[in-house]
Design a protein around this ligand. Structure first.
Ligand SMILES: [Zn+2]
Length: 310
């Protein structure tokens, strides 16, 4: 009987634990004494049943009176997961949240931080306000989770498109940069000049196939050129391991080559299906989700090249 009880208790703890937090451990990367990258282990950029929706990278900046958090994840539990990891680093509360872009895997975890001020670009805030429910429904479908406790949080402070805004929060100087277009409408990058850290959201992804479907690749390449002019030491992509200058140069070359191949085929009178034959696929094949995204990526850029040459 006693043994049975012990077993039952163990099982209850295990089930309780599994229910409380079934997500993979946060990979904490210390950048300096007050800056940490919290990296998701899953090298993909979409929530699914296997990863439970934990796929994004967060940046944590610990200031004199509180914490600034960049991106919060794809639902409440992911937000709580990040919150626990931050509590291991500092007792200070998260007071400011910066959202890099409108895709749900980067901001639906904000609901776990009810006391924080949430900041994004104005285009991103508009998208969250109009499509927040749809974003939760998408994550529900992808993960199979009920997500009854997750609602989209509309950012209360915004930065307009095509601008750079300086801020000082808890003694940390930040520059929020919103390019006109790149990965999606209203991407916001966080530049921390003193620490030489740039958090880019999905304008950079590492070991993951970039998704062109909501973006403008031609302008995206220009943004990558601008990024490369910054004296950044640490580039934090939206998904995948941290990057250095050389990795960003390689990423820029990969996506610029993609655009130029599509443009070349178009201008020489070819058809969309010729693009795959002309692309150097050896580098793309190494990236996760290459097969799922290659068709839609070619289609999107083809339409853009058509419009750019109209
Ligand atoms: Zn993403």
């Amino acid at each position: 009987m006693k043994r049975y009880l012990v077993l039952l208790t163990t099982l209850a703890i295990w089930i309780g634990g599994a229910q409380a937090d079934p997500l993979a451990a946060v990979q904490v990367h210390k950048i300096n004494d007050h800056a940490y990258a919290l990296l998701a282990p899953a090298p993909v950029e979409v929530p699914n049943k296997e990863n439970g929706g934990y796929v994004h990278n967060s940046l944590v900046l610990i200031g004199d009176k509180g914490v600034i958090l960049v991106d919060t994840g794809s639902h409440r539990q992911v937000g709580e997961h990040i919150k626990e990891a931050i509590a291991q680093l500092t007792p200070k509360p998260v007071t400011h949240i910066l959202i890099t872009h409108q895709h749900g895997d980067h901001h639906l975890g904000s609901v776990a931080f009810p006391d924080a001020r949430v900041i994004s670009s104005s285009d991103c805030a508009k998208q969250i306000e109009n499509n927040g429910r749809g974003m939760v429904a998408f994550t529900r479908r992808m993960t199979g989770l009920s997500l009854t406790d997750t609602q989209a949080v509309v950012p209360m402070e915004t930065v307009v498109s095509n601008s750079r805004q300086e801020m000082q929060i808890h003694g940390i100087r930040l520059e929020l940069m919103v390019p006109q277009a790149s990965h999606s409408d209203g991407d916001l990058m966080v530049w921390v000049p003193e620490d030489r850290i740039l958090a880019t959201g999905d304008i950079l992804v590492n070991t993951v196939t970039p998704n062109f479907s909501d973006g403008n690749l031609k302008q995206w390449i220009t943004v990558l050129d601008d990024i490369l002019k910054l004296p950044a030491q640490t580039f934090m992509p939206g998904h995948g391991p941290l990057m250095q200058h050389k990795d960003v140069v390689d990423f820029r070359a990969l996506v610029a080559d993609f655009y130029h191949v599509v443009e070349g085929v178009y201008k020489s009178g070819g058809v969309e299906s010729d693009v795959r034959k002309k692309l150097d696929l050896s580098k793309w094949r190494k990236l996760s989700r290459y097969e799922q995204l290659m068709g839609s990526n070619i289609n999107r850029v083809w339409l853009q090249v058509e419009a750019d040459n109209f």
